[in-house]
Design a protein. Structure first.
Length: 304
């Protein structure tokens, strides 16, 4: 059973790597807003989390299936709407349960599944330690006002927690102008970025053996900060954007993996993105929305 589970996890990981590389290629187009790229990163993470997908003749996997992969149909309705799983490895003759082509493959996936579960438990333990260390920092903080707290243990302003998020600032920020910092952190709270951050870490832990999963996680976290910046500065005047960029220079990068920090990601990249920002028109917003939906349909569906 564990070997069969890893067989499908391995297939999901390959499919996620393929779709993630497409998102990575799209990410190189600088004119596409980071808010759109942030949405597109959902695609490879969904591929890593959900084994099933709808069949579609417009799927990107239809192109791949001509060379290396096939679709295993799980459920088909009378209207030819099917749910399927993408089988990139093609090491089995039949499925549910998996019947491997040769006994060597069965032994290989059985042994690999043990290594996978050990790695998963180790990754889960590491994530739990990081999470609860962040919780401890929250408990030691001193209330300033509203949901804003001060702490001697943090180096950069950040949002901690999900259900009752707190904005925690270094003690040295008590006398500083923190208006732009609060705008940024409150936007993180509105976007529920800490929740998506934790889910991304959990999914990556399941696919810890896939180096692309860690690459996608790193880029997703960076684009989270860039997207949050865009959401804030879209409501600011040019002078306010410059002040917002200057406030970034005073921040150190946060070391907490589960906190959405004002000083997160590469500061230089964020400042360049802020200073070159242009507000979207209704037409461009509609165009980017349609583009993102089309990419999601193409990459999330399986070969029909």
């Amino acid at each position: 059973m564990l070997g069969e589970t890893f067989y499908w996890i391995f297939n999901m990981s390959i499919t996620a790597a393929v779709t993630g590389l497409v998102v990575l290629l799209i990410r190189t187009v600088r004119k596409i807003p980071r808010r759109v790229i942030y949405f597109l990163w959902i695609i490879p993470f969904l591929r890593m989390a959900i084994p099933l997908g709808l069949n579609s003749p417009y799927s990107f996997m239809s192109l791949i299936s001509r060379f290396t992969t096939r679709t295993v149909t799980v459920f088909m309705t009378a209207d030819d709407i099917g749910l399927s799983m993408t089988n990139c490895v093609m090491a089995a003759d039949s499925y549910f349960p998996v019947t491997y082509k040769v006994n060597l493959l069965e032994r290989l996936f059985s042994a690999s599944s043990i290594v996978w579960i050990i790695g998963l438990l180790a990754a889960a333990a590491a994530l739990a330690i990081l999470y609860f260390s962040g919780i401890r920092e929250m408990k030691d903080s001193v209330h300033l006002r509203e949901n804003i707290y001060l702490s001697e243990k943090v180096q950069s302003p950040a949002v901690y927690g999900i259900v009752r998020p707190r904005i925690i600032l270094p003690v040295s920020y008590a006398e500083k102008d923190i208006d732009y910092i609060l705008m940024h952190e409150r936007m993180h709270i509105r976007r529920a970025d800490n929740l998506w951050r934790i889910l991304a870490f959990i999914i990556t832990a399941v696919h810890w053996f896939n180096p692309f999963a860690w690459l996608f996680l790193k880029l997703f976290l960076a684009d989270t900060e860039l997207a949050c910046d865009e959401c804030v500065i879209s409501k600011c005047s040019p002078e306010q954007r410059k002040a917002y960029a200057l406030s970034l220079l005073e921040c150190k990068k946060s070391a907490d993996a589960f906190a959405s920090a004002f000083g997160g990601a590469k500061i230089r990249t964020r400042i360049e993105n802020i200073l070159s920002f242009q507000k979207m028109t209704w037409i461009s917003a509609a165009g980017f929305t349609a583009f993102a939906i089309a990419i999601a349909v193409v990459l999330l569906t399986n070969a029909g």
